[in-house]
Design a protein around this ligand. Sequence first.
Ligand code: SF4
Length: 164
Amino acid sequence: MVSGVHIQYYFVCHRKLWLYSKNIQLEEGHERVQTGKILHEPAYKNSDKKELTVDNIKIDAVDGEYVREVKVTSKMTKADRWQLLFYLYELKKRGLNKKGLISYTKEKRTEEVKLTEEDEKELERIIEDIYQIMEQPHPPGVINSPICTKCAYYDFCYAEEGEE
Ligand code: SF4
């Protein structure tokens, strides 16, 4: 089942998505993820807003008509936006019509996200594409992007390349 993490990785790197789908999960303990968790906590520390988990959806907080997500920086804005749109889409399928808010902790900025019919169609295409990538027998190639140095799979990807 496609989750918010799959949607994120789809926009970050298809190889990362494939590796994650094979349960090769190196994110635990990774510096950026830990920083994210640390920055995450104060955002709702004195709040009665609750994390929401429904099947494949894990949302940071539900706040009236909004669902909220907290991110460290806006470096992955497109991935963050589509992840939240995916949550709104999944909630809508369950009869809950919500809007979204993404808060970027470092920049102290919040963006509103609304799900449109075009977004829903695009999400259906994205989800189909994700299944196709996950079903590939071999991982997609490395992307040689600056983001690779910050990725938990860096050693895995580039050590493998070096051996070829
Ligand atoms: S290191 Fe780069 S190529 Fe490898 S999974 Fe991460 S982002 Fe993708």
